[in-house]
Design a protein around this ligand. Structure first.
Ligand SMILES: [Zn+2]
Ligand SMILES: [Zn+2]
Length: 356
């Protein structure tokens, strides 16, 4: 009897059920496939939603993930840093050393994918969502173009570039040019909002206005580069923001994405400005259509980011210190506890699973 090599992964077999160790046969990559040994994998808030099995749509409505092509068992983990250990004969050139895996893979063939926007493919095959992800010792990646060397970056930190980093960066890229006398408004100063403020400041944006209900988060926003902050529930907030922006708000980045935040956001941009919504809090929007036209505003949804943006972000991160919040590592076999702790709100900063 021959025994083939195996590896351990930590899937769940029912939504909200425990993540349990499973031994799998180690796959032999074929064609363009690449086998990556996972070194680090971030435990992301979206993993909590995937594990729950639904997204809240607001007003008691839920978006069930089973109806969105996500099938059990699921091996989570879309923030992967690892090393290439094997590749199919058509894989071509492979990155050396620790590398980041772009997880938002699509079919690879349709016009959306050919444009490099695989994250928006209608036949998504994202790692850690539709395909087995990095809560495992190994992950199979369909093509080496999704794998990029991280150089001297701290590999545990670099893993966060695949989701929170990319989501933030892609939203910021949608703004376009910001002149020195113009302003960008950031709504919500949690992890993504703070990272956005930091990246905007590093990209040279001079006026960054941050909104959050919590005073301590507004304080953090100033520490990372916000030039003015407001409590969105305060009186005359729109007039006060307009005064701080000198009526030159080019874009609003909304990391909350609720009815009230989008409604507030829409009131702020100058003519031709943009409202870029990232947060998935949920809710609905009613707004008079003629104003959309006469103000020439754009309301843009932003979901993760493209493969070219991921490469740009890895370059950008090599030139700047992006993450200034606590990042803790836990051994891979604690995946279940790490996810549960995050769901219970017990995690300060971020947790990254360690499989070195
Ligand atoms: Zn596609
Ligand atoms: Zn994520």
């Amino acid at each position: 009897m021959s025994t083939s090599p195996t590896y351990i992964s930590y899937p769940f077999t029912e939504f909200q059920g425990d993540l349990k160790a499973v031994a799998n046969e180690l796959p032999t990559p074929t064609g363009t496939q690449v086998l990556v040994k996972v070194e680090y994998c971030g435990v992301c808030h979206s993993d909590v939603h995937l594990h729950d099995g639904y997204y809240e749509l607001g007003q008691g409505k839920k978006l069930k993930l089973e109806e969105r092509g996500i099938h059990l068992p699921v091996t989570l983990g879309h923030e992967i840093v690892g090393r290439v250990v094997a590749a199919g004969e058509e894989a071509g050139e492979l990155p050396e050393g620790p590398a980041l895996v772009y997880p938002w893979t699509g079919c690879g063939e349709c016009s959306v994918c050919r444009r490099g926007e695989e994250n928006l493919c209608s036949r998504p095959a994202a790692l850690g969502v539709h395909k087995p992800g990095g809560y495992a010792q190994y992950v199979l990646v369909p093509h080496p173009r999704y794998i990029m060397s991280i150089g001297k970056l701290n590999p545990a930190h670099a893993s966060l570039l695949a989701c929170s980093g990319l989501t933030t960066y892609s939203a910021i890229k949608k703004i376009g040019t910001v002149y020195d006398d113009e302003s960008v408004v950031v709504v919500g100063c949690g992890g993504l909002g703070l990272l956005a403020i930091r990246i905007l400041a590093l990209r040279g944006v001079k006026n960054i206005i941050a909104l959050d209900l919590a005073a301590e988060k507004r304080e953090l926003a100033v520490q990372v580069g916000a030039t003015a902050t407001f409590d969105p529930a305060s009186e005359k907030v729109i007039q006060n923001i307009q005064a701080a922006a000198r009526e030159k708000c080019v874009a609003v980045l909304d990391f909350v994405g609720s009815g009230p935040t989008v409604e507030l956001g829409i009131a702020l941009p100058r003519r031709g400005g943009k409202v870029i919504v990232v947060g998935l809090h949920g809710g609905e929007l009613r707004y008079p259509i003629p104003y959309v036209i006469t103000r020439a505003i754009s309301i843009i949804g932003s979901y993760t980011g493209s493969l070219p943006e991921q490469r740009e972000l890895v370059e950008f991160a090599q030139q700047h210190e992006l993450f200034n919040f606590p990042i803790r590592t836990r051994p891979l076999h604690e995946a279940n506890d790490a996810l549960r702790d995050l769901a219970r709100g017990k995690v300060q900063g971020r947790v990254v699973l360690d499989n070195r």
